[in-house]
Write a protein that binds this ligand. Structure first.
Ligand SMILES: Cc1ncc(COP(=O)(O)O)c(C=O)c1O
Length: 384
């Protein structure tokens, strides 16, 4: 397995994968990797509570591993809540950070005992106060997402000049003004964007303080990046930037929270998929795989060129590294867009039945998969 920036040791190297005899396509997850990714955050941000964003991978075995390792959760829906209820996760360890929710979902969470809800509008506050009276609310503010690969702020986040009005309204209708949150976009590779976002939140804290509103929680969201095939700052570097910005700008002590998704699970999994056809079309050599973007690697649809997974082949095929061919790697469905990567150099010898190994695919893969054309999402096997 490639050495990624979150954690270097793993058993999932190509030699190990070559010896597995499962029917392709399948994922192999390493539970130890999930645990060590959590530990890394604990070491680098010791005073910060971790709430895993379960949208990034809600596989029951992943959730169980994370729960057993003592992390909290961040949820966005009733079905996510139900999975946590099944695992007997305490409501005190759950944050409902989706800023827009149906009243029914808020009610279900409140009845389970969840008492912290994000919001970014007056109408959301009305909903919360109707079905979850006296709950703690935290305001999602808009921050710059400069440099981040996936945007989240077009849909969410209150503008800074409305923060005071929203918080005062929350107080007026009997909710506890509890905190602030932001999300700087997923795969957030710009260190200065992290600093800027924390400074922005600190400015809002100051405005609120001048108006006698003191918050208790600052939740800086997810967005922690992974080193796929392009360079990204390490988790070490990002956490150093965060620690410095908090020390410099945050005006008084608050409970700090992070909601990482990608950085907890991405490096824990490899996708193993077989070549079902090798066909030359025009100048392109196409490899048709038994797994595709639709049922396995959905994020490649959004970002085929800028965020690619490292892909390699069996040790046996890789003997002569000088003879390579440029391939287009596509999925098995009828759609042309069900294509994972273009211009990938791999062994010229690749043929039907050979396996490819896609690295660091634990995040937003299973979570986004569909069964279009009858190609079901791959099985997931767990080691350690
Ligand atoms: C509210 C919230 N928190 C956390 C996350 C996790 O982000 P990431 O996987 O980039 O860490 C997301 C992702 O969409 C989110 O919407």
């Amino acid at each position: 397995m490639k050495t990624s920036n979150t954690n270097k040791e793993t058993k999932l190297d190509n030699q190990y994968l070559d010896n597995l005899k499962y029917k392709t396509p399948y994922y192999v997850f390493d539970r130890n990797k999930i645990k060590s990714n959590i530990d890394q955050f604990r070491n680098l941000l010791p005073d910060v509570s971790i709430h895993y964003a379960m949208k990034s991978n809600p596989h029951p075995e992943v959730l169980k591993t994370i729960h057993m390792h003592g992390s909290g959760f961040e949820i966005a829906s009733s079905n996510e809540l139900k999975q946590l209820v099944k695992l007997k996760v305490s409501p005190k360890d759950i944050l409902y950070s989706a800023p827009v929710k149906s009243e029914q979902f808020i009610k279900e969470a409140y009845e389970y005992g969840v008492d912290r809800f994000a919001f970014d509008s007056l109408s959301e506050l009305d909903k919360i106060s109707r079905v979850a009276p006296r709950s703690k609310v935290y305001l999602r503010i808009f921050v710059s997402e400069h440099g981040s690969r996936f945007s989240l702020s077009e849909k969410f986040g209150a503008k800074l000049d409305s923060a005071l009005e929203l918080m005062e309204y929350a107080q007026k209708i009997g909710l506890e003004v509890f905190g602030l949150t932001f999300h700087i976009g997923s795969q957030a590779v710009s260190k200065s964007t992290w600093t800027y976002a924390i400074r922005t939140a600190a400015n809002v804290m100051n405005i609120l303080l001048e108006n006698n509103i003191k918050i208790k929680m600052l939740d800086i969201g997810g967005g922690f990046p992974i080193e796929y095939t392009e360079p990204a700052p390490s988790i070490n570097d990002i956490c150093a930037v965060i620690n410095k910005a908090i020390k410099t700008y945050v005006p008084y002590h608050v409970q700090l929270v992070i909601e990482p998704g990608r950085a907890i699970v991405a490096t824990s999994a490899v996708l193993v998929s077989s070549v079902i056809a090798r066909i030359k079309r025009g100048r392109n050599m196409w490899l048709f795989m038994d797994a595709g973007a639709y049922n396995s690697l959905f994020e490649t649809l959004e970002s085929q060129t800028s965020m690619r997974f490292e892909v390699s082949t069996s040790e046996l095929k890789d003997n002569d590294k000088t003879k390579t061919t440029q391939y287009t790697i596509t999925g098995p469905t009828c759609d042309s867009i069900d294509t994972m990567m273009r211009d990938v150099r791999l062994s010229s010898q690749l043929t039907v039945g050979d396996k490819l190994y896609f690295q660091d695919v634990g995040a937003y893969s299973i979570a986004l998969a569909n069964s279009f054309n009858g190609f079901a999402p791959p099985e997931a096997y767990f080691i350690n």
